[in-house]
Design a protein around this ligand. Structure first.
Ligand code: FPP
Ligand code: MG
Length: 442
């Protein structure tokens, strides 16, 4: 079987060669650090457009809700991280050669068109879907047996070159682009469920999905997204990535339970959270990792795995450490924004966390300076005037400043671990993100 690199392949931007035997050119970083979003703007735009194709279903109303949050502009931070980590490490891992070969070779399982082709026969995978008349099994007839065709022989991989030292490539593999879509779909699924739990009426400045479609359909749309995500995930053909990303879904739920428990332990029949400050901090940071940083950390790590980083190589550890620290910094700053006066930049009213009964970083720090905060936290800011009093205590403390310092410490750690990587535009962009996450200038 002949494998040809498509000269105009979208994913092969700036790729320099047409032969498998020759490794990609080393990409030299420009001296000015690039804007992360500008660096990958076409790729982000493209993946947002093609993502909607993954969400079609035989039920138009389900499709409409599932697509709803994708139609409003979002930061796409999680897909951006996946793409940047791909570009910052592709070519460095021992398995890159084979991954790159699979992305070029039809039948090897890594090409963009192949990722859209189901492994299971379509009438079984899709059951009934009037939008796909050729690939649908009608329920009017009994299902008859079809003798399967013998499987196609997979192409034989070329012999490994012996001489090449690892060199960086700016190629993005189709599997990595698909992973970027998967992490965004999981994020959106979690927001659909979150808006039901938080009874949010607004998201990104528009009516939330529960406000527009009701709770039941919103939850089902989140579940539907997770279903589509699972199929796309398995199609990547990398068990380690399936395991990592599936664990993120569990983490998101664990984080949400931890958050719910801190407010509604009694009515949910769960063990109460402690009232000692230090233990509250431990739970708060754990929750912050689970509900926000896990997806960034494991999504980044999964991107590096898809690029051929093998066990024992440092790059996936770096990606995880970066994503974990950046994610915690991101959520800490998010929690500060909730204390900024009036409408926050997130398009939701300030004080939303306190109204939900949540004591985040600024309140926990303020408690150390103003013991009066303790009883307010304990009674979940439930009494009249509690929210205003708590905001005032935070204002008269260094809570916001200390939370920002903590976010900065995590962001600095994220930047530090990048030192292991060779210089590239992607590495520069990852550095820029560690500064932006604290300043929130996007
Ligand atoms: C937003 O937090 C919510 C999350 C980051 C995670 C929510 C997770 C779940 C509801 C568990 C279910 C998960 C899946 C995958 C179905 P926030 O309320 O602090 O932020 P917001 O202001 O944007 O709502
Ligand atoms: Mg919420």
């Amino acid at each position: 079987m002949v494998c040809r690199r498509s000269a105009h392949s979208f994913y092969k931007v700036k790729f320099s060669t047409d032969s498998h035997a020759v490794m990609p050119k080393i990409h030299s970083a420009s001296s000015a650090r690039p804007d992360p979003y500008k660096l990958l703007a076409p790729q982000l735009e493209h993946l947002r457009g093609t993502l909607l194709n993954l969400l079609g279903s035989s039920h138009p109303s389900l499709t409409e809700i599932a697509k709803y949050y994708f139609l409003h502009p979002s930061k796409q931070l999680r897909p951006l991280l996946v793409l940047l980590w791909s570009q910052a490490t592709n070519g460095l891992g021992g398995g890159w050669y084979m991954k790159n070969w699979a992305a070029e070779c039809e039948g090897a399982g890594g090409r963009a068109e192949e990722l859209d082709r189901p492994l299971t026969r379509p009438d079984v995978l899709n059951d009934w879907n009037p939008n796909m008349p050729d690939h649908t099994a009608s329920f009017h007839n009994s299902f008859s047996l079809k003798t399967p065709r013998p499987p196609l022989q997979p192409p034989l991989p070329p012999p490994l070159p012996s001489h090449d030292a690892p060199t960086l490539s700016v190629s993005l593999l189709p599997t990595q682009i698909r992973l970027a879509q998967i992490v965004e779909m999981i994020h959106v699924a979690s927001l659909l469920h979150d808006d039901v739990i938080d009874v949010s009426s607004l998201r990104r400045g528009a009516p939330s999905a529960p406000a527009a479609f009701g709770n039941k359909l919103t939850i089902l749309a989140g579940d539907f997204l997770l279903g589509r995500t699972s199929a796309a995930l398995s199609r990547l053909g990398e068990n380690e990535v399936v395991e990592l990303i599936a664990s993120v879904i569990a983490n998101l739920v664990e984080g949400e339970i931890l958050q719910l428990k801190s407010v509604h332990a009694e009515e949910l029949g769960l063990a109460q959270t402690p009232s000692v400050g230090s233990e509250n901090w431990a739970i708060y940071l754990q929750k912050t990792y689970l509900k926000t940083a896990s997806l960034m950390a494991k999504g980044s790590r999964a991107a590096v795995v898809l690029g051929g980083c093998r066990e024992g190589e440092i790059y996936k550890e770096v990606a995880y450490a970066y994503g974990r620290n950046l994610g915690i910094a991101f959520q800490l700053v998010d929690d500060i924004l909730d204390y900024e006066a009036g409408e926050s930049t997130l398009g939701k009213p300030g004080g939303a966390d306190l109204k939900l009964g949540l004591a985040t970083g600024p309140a926990l720090f303020a408690w150390e300076e103003h013991p009066e905060m303790g009883p307010l936290i304990k009674r979940k800011f439930e009494q009249e005037g509690d929210v205003e009093l708590a905001r005032d205590l935070v204002r008269r403390s260094s809570g916001v400043e200390r939370t920002r310092d903590l976010a900065r410490a995590h962001a600095d750690k994220a930047r530090e671990v990048l030192a292991v990587l060779p210089d590239s535009d992607a590495k520069g962009a990852l550095e820029v993100l560690t500064e932006r996450v604290v300043k929130r200038t996007w």
